[in-house]
Design a protein around this ligand. Sequence first.
Ligand code: BTN
Length: 255
Amino acid sequence: MSTPASPLRWPAEALWAAVVPEWPGFSIEVLPEIDSTNTELMRRSRNGVNDPILLIAERQTAGRGRSGRTWHGEVGQALTFSLGLPYQPQSWSGLSLAVGLSLAESLGPEIQLKWPNDLWRQHRKLGGILIEAASQGGKSYAVIGIGLNIQMPPTQDLRTPATAIAEFWQEATAPTVLERIIQPLLKALKGFETQGFAPLQQRFNARDALRGLNVQSSDALEGLCEGVDSQGALQLLTRHGRQTIHSSEVSVRPL
Ligand code: BTN
């Protein structure tokens, strides 16, 4: 069975030429369909392939979100990709926040961040990040998966109201959004590898969608959200004093 030609035009060669001086051996691959770009790069890593790559899928059949959730996105409705990078940060703490911050800064001043790794606009979810890591022979490999809504899906999961980039950037397509975000993102990843999250703390807190709100965490903490610390951990002022949430497996919701 033949696959219909994609309506999307990816600027793969221009991106590759811009990126390869900083990341020797970098490659860019666009697939019409795959189960999940994260799953694929983790599979390749298990098979010993740990090269720097940007893997884009026009459609994922089993896209994954945080905490075992699924991530849906049909062709043209979402930008879905994973970066696979040999990566040796001193600490991984705050990496997903650094990624979210870079995306938000590329997309515009009104984009906010919901700890630990959602992008929000006007209290609705615009995108999410799923980071996984593999390790072989003392070397680590990061798989940084990003899903951004480009067009609103016809049906919505009402537990998490969604929004899309086309609501504020009408001509946006998955390729044009990728072109806008990818270089700043790779630069941010280089910066994080050497400096960690601390230099980004203030910029994250300036975009923190939860700051100043009363929130409840999935592990039953309630309190006033006071932003993140220099490691990217969420600080809550609770009835029992200040509590810090480190685990990105914990989710928080405004009350
Ligand atoms: C979340 O919001 O829970 C994270 C969503 C991450 C989705 C992206 S889409 C590209 C990459 N491949 C996946 O299977 N997931 C990530």
